[in-house]
Design a binder for this molecule. Sequence first.
Ligand code: NDP
Ligand code: HEM
Length: 509
Amino acid sequence: MADKPTLTTSAGAPVPSNENSLTAGTRGPVLMQDYQLLEKLAHQNRERIPERTVHAKGWGLQGTFTVTKDITKYTCAKMFSEVGKQTEVLSRWSTVAGEAGAADAERDVRGFSLKFYTEDGNWDMVGNNTPVFFVRDAYKFPDFIHTQKRHPRTNLRSPEAMFDFWAAQPESVHQVTILMSDRGIPKNPMHMNGYGSHTFSMWNAAGERFWVKFHFKTQQGHKFYTNAEAEKLIGKTRESYQEDLYNAVEKGEYPKWTLYIQVMPEEDALKTPYNPFDLTKVWPHGDYPLIEVGVLEMNQNPDNYFQMVENAAFSPSNIVPGISFSPDKMLQARVFSYADAHRYRLGTHYEALPANAAKAAKVNHYHKDGAMRFFTNDFGNPDAYYEPNQYDGPVADAGAQEPPLRIDGDMDRYGNPQEMDDFTQPRALYEMFTDEQKQRLYTNYAQAMGPCSKGVKERWFAVLEKVHPDYAAGVRKACEELDSDVNAVPITSETATDAEEVNTAPDTV
Ligand code: NDP
Ligand code: HEM
């Protein structure tokens, strides 16, 4: 007994019992003065915080990023300042639509969030395992998410709503093709890529700006589950990703990704046949090849999942000198949305929580007071609580300002201009698939669209027709076959016979 610490109240006083209530007699009622019992029950009532409105189910690790190639000609960001430099990182991967208790191996896009604790403050890369997105305007994001969540009356997910929405947004076909392909159910986050997806910018010490895309390529190879394998797996465990990640790190098998960037000189943005700031488009590798930057290694399980992963607040607004935004209008909206979500979900001072506090930089700001203000700004003089002041309080650093960016154009709401070609890039993707991959694509669609009305199916086939007639015909045939055989057994992959034996796709770097 002697070597165990004493249990205390949250105010630090020793607790006489953690098992027996204070009662009037052996059979008597509990006394109001058993404060510790009330405290214990009250704490339990406050154990849940709002789950993320999207990406609620997630898994996180800690690790490091190491620079392997010099990219200082593109950026003055300190974390890339020399080969060999290491930066501490927090990761969180997630599914988009499911609630916090959803099964891991569900068909969905995966979030790929990284927080780099750099010496110039935290840089967050809040991406997905896909290089594009379903919509290109933030007005459409809440509606899109409504179609992914539960129907207000049935309280069930609604394939009819999903495909009704997508059919009215042909720009979504690129992302839906990826979602319905093998990459729609990665084996776990270790076997998928991460993409910044948006176009970002970098600037160098000479003040030159470049447009940049981020690609984190898995070193473990792409592996995926077919629908049938995932169904079988979920029947055994809903937590397969958490199990895989936790166990890999405990065994010392640390997952790694190679960071590449694509770089576009600032003036090229006016010349590309596609809008380089359109989130539904990639930059073809042939035009903008991948440039190696470094290695991400995730090698530590957080000691407390809630503290480090649930409390993590990733935001595209967290940039550092040398890295910035682009005119992508979806990115611009995200710059607002995340911090707003964090204040709602975690509270005013969410940035001071251990997962979010800068580690390699000193934080100095003049924000004052507010709920849970548990830290002080110690600038060496308590009179320096406003700015400008005569007490040597912190001052802005004009050197952190990015180079000026020329913006012009007539103010309007532009919708989908004629030059938007939403079909060439999904066609290139479709044409890359092998016959087996195409067959699985068709079957995945048939199973996803099974409950949809004929009208919605026809509207989606019309979108696919514009990508490739074979694509539309393949999905139509698979849907008809499934309709005519309600007892059809979902296809499995050519190779896998058991959920543990997963499929491996060749790495195409
Ligand atoms: P490339 O042949 O150079 O690149 C093809 C890319 O497709 C590779 O990056 C590959 O792997 C990726 N890929 C393979 N299978 C899938 C899948 N099921 N779902 C998503 N991506 C997959 O050609 P381009 O650069 O000209 O691009 C052709 C098409 O490939 C694009 O229209 C786009 O749909 C897709 N793509 C392009 C990317 C890019 O940044 N250019 C990135 C990813 C996809 P990996 O992810 O390992 O790069
Ligand atoms: C989470 C909004 C588009 C990736 C979130 C959250 C919000 C949000 C409010 C919850 C944040 C939290 O509570 O911590 C939006 C809006 C978008 C958008 C308004 C479009 C305008 C995107 C895109 C990507 C993306 C395009 C990927 C390229 C993520 C990821 C998370 C997330 C990975 C989870 C972050 C984490 O791990 O904590 N989004 N999102 N989102 N979003 Fe978005």
